[in-house]
Ligand binder design. Structure first.
Ligand SMILES: Cc1cc2nc3c(=O)[nH]c(=O)nc-3n(C[C@H](O)[C@H](O)[C@H](O)COP(=O)(O)O)c2cc1C
Length: 207
């Protein structure tokens, strides 16, 4: 019997198949999504939202939190010629990731200094050029930070994946523990949208 296979299910080791988590030379290579939180707060709702994502990632896709945001020195162009190791770690983590998931608090109608500092360090390397980025927000009343992030990422030539954007009101209990995910289905849909976008892009670039 002849089987009809979707283009997304073709077994091959081309770039598209690899990026879509297909088997390449016997090894499953998952899509990798790097999560960046703009908050250093222990009970951060943005970090909690991104941490939750790891548990909802579709098959053959992983979501990993970048743990070194608080280690980055303050941006200083004088230091760029001898890149601090903390900056190199962020740059290589971004370069290695198929996509980024970013969530940042809004402080005084702007993006957090933590997030802006990290992005400023990345400008000269161009590592964000063409990188798919989904913006998440754990506090839907905050709109200025998202707008500022969009502007910064656009000028860095990142590729914003708007269909994978997500706003959820994440809350915590009286001792700072995040309450359960208020909309698991929405989070799953957003993560699937990242995967679909990456696979679609891979298909375009390999065709
Ligand atoms: C100094 C400061 C300024 C803030 N400014 C704003 C603001 O302009 N707009 C807003 O919606 N929330 C503002 N907030 C609230 C934070 O964005 C909110 O508490 C958010 O949950 C913090 O993110 P985190 O939980 O990930 O740490 C501010 C909080 C602080 C501490």
């Amino acid at each position: 019997m002849m089987s009809v296979r979707s283009p997304l299910l073709v077994d091959s080791d081309d770039a598209f198949a690899v990026k879509c988590g297909r088997k390449a030379e016997g090894m499953l290579i998952p899509l990798t999504v790097l999560a960046l939180s703009g908050s250093l707060r222990r009970a951060s709702l943005n970090t909690a939202m991104l941490t939750m994502a790891a548990g909802y990632a579709p098959p053959a896709m992983s979501v990993t939190m970048f743990a070194g945001m608080g280690d980055l020195p303050l941006f200083n162009p004088d230091l760029e010629s001898r890149e601090p190791w903390q900056v190199a770690r962020l740059r290589t983590s971004i370069a290695d990731a198929d996509a980024l998931l970013i969530a940042s608090p809004e402080y005084a109608h702007g993006v957090s200094g933590v997030m802006k500092n990290a992005l400023d360090w990345m400008v000269a390397s161009g590592v964000l050029m063409g990188k798919p980025v989904a913006l998440w927000n754990a506090s839907p009343r905050a709109s200025h930070a998202i707008a500022a992030l969009r502007e910064t990422l656009a000028v860095m030539a990142a590729r914003l994946v708007d269909v994978a954007g997500l706003e959820l009101l994440i809350e915590h209990d009286s001792v700072g523990r995040p309450l359960p995910n208020p909309d698991e289905a929405a989070m799953r849909r957003a993560l699937l949208a990242i995967k679909a976008d990456l696979c679609q892009q891979g298909r375009s670039s390999s065709s």
